[in-house]
Design a protein around this ligand. Structure first.
Ligand code: SF4
Length: 351
């Protein structure tokens, strides 16, 4: 995303994010943010820090970042840049994923230490018990997990490649049980998308993200009523995802206009689609990124409730504090990082 000059912050934030964060971007607060951003940029340059921000971060954090994206995309970006320091604006497991991938050569700092309801739904002891009960079973974990869960896994997957990773694991391990965790909605959509996987051999962990669980069937139908000509870009973690997938498969209107996409997939789809208007079925921050990157099209949030309080714990003020005081450094124990990296590499080797 090309950086916006700070002189344009007030107008752009109110134009592209005024409805997402009502009352946030007053003249006074925006001018304070502009001052802080100047100091953040100076310090980042002085400390040779690369600032990266997840798609769900506030606009001002997206604007000071060198790169905006999803968790794995950002970690891989950071690894390519070879910077001695990274300030990662996202939730804790994302900082861990970046640290796992970059290793000792890069220090990773975060403005705060936000959790994540999806990660907190995982009980490591329960995963270990499953592995004991199915010693030749395969564990596939979504990239949105902590380093300890990744270390217990054979494969990692993203929302973009989950069906492909499931296909690969099932084809190479015929007849073996698979544990898919933690997101039950992503798991059931991926099984439905697969032509290879025997669903009776897959144990779906009962976890979900509270933000996506809130985007249920009713929110979707109300959004379609408000915007009857829009396409729906839906993240497969959404609570409505399996219901929506069933409607798509039955060819029900208006669900033929629903597309299951990762956050990066949403950008590519919206750029190339002939449609002019889209409902965005994921966290609010993504709407700002889509509006900034594709200003000629119209994007509506699926619901005013699609806000992740964990992601929003990061602020520009805290990022400045991190750069000033090196407050919160991410560390991952070496053995855990080695095992987690093996599971990530196994995913990356699947084409
Ligand atoms: S939206 Fe928030 S709670 Fe949900 S997976 Fe992302 S970080 Fe976790």
């Amino acid at each position: 995303m090309q950086r916006l000059p700070v002189e344009n912050w007030y107008d752009t934030f109110n134009g592209a994010a005024g409805d997402l964060y009502p009352g946030r971007y007053t003249r006074e607060y925006t001018s304070l943010l502009v001052d802080i951003a100047g100091r953040v940029r100076e310090l980042a340059e002085c400390k040779q820090s690369l600032i990266v921000a997840h798609n769900y971060q506030f606009p001002e954090l997206q604007e000071v970042a060198a790169e905006v994206g999803d968790s794995l995309g950002l970690s891989r970006y950071v690894a390519r840049q070879d910077s001695p320091r990274v300030d990662f604006c996202g939730v804790w497991f994302m900082g861990e994923t970046a640290k796992t991938i970059v290793g000792a050569k890069t220090k990773v700092y975060m403005p705060d230490k936000p959790g994540c309801s999806l990660v907190e739904s995982i009980d490591h002891a329960r995963v270990r018990r499953w592995k004991q009960a199915c010693p030749d079973g395969i564990v596939i974990s979504y990239v949105n997990t902590d380093a300890a869960t990744k270390a217990l896994s054979d494969y990692i997957c993203t929302s973009r490649n989950a069906a492909r990773v499931l296909d690969h694991a099932a084809t190479n391990n015929p007849g073996k049980r698979i544990l898919f965790l933690p997101d039950k909605f992503l798991g059931s959509v991926s099984i439905a998308q697969s032509e290879v996987v025997d669903g009776s051999l897959v144990d779906l962990y009962d976890g979900c993200c509270h933000v996506h669980a809130k985007i249920g069937e009713t929110a979707l139908e109300e959004a379609f009523d408000r915007h009857p000509h829009a396409e729906l870009l839906i993240h497969p973690e959404c609570g409505c995802a399996s219901h929506c997938m069933a409607k798509v498969m039955q060819g029900n209107s208006p669900y033929q206009k629903a597309f299951f996409l990762s956050t990066e997939g949403m950008i590519r789809h919206a750029e190339s689609s002939p449609a002019r208007e889209f409902i965005v079925g994921t966290e609010m921050g993504m709407v700002y990124r889509l509006r900034r990157e594709i200003p000629e099209k119209v994007f509506h949030p699926v619901s005013p409730d699609a806000v992740c309080e964990y992601m929003k714990m990061n602020t520009l003020e805290k990022l400045l504090g991190s750069l000033e005081n090196d407050r919160i450094e991410v560390t991952v124990e070496a053995d855990t990082a080695d095992k987690a990296r093996t599971a990530i590499d196994r995913m990356l080797s699947i084409h």
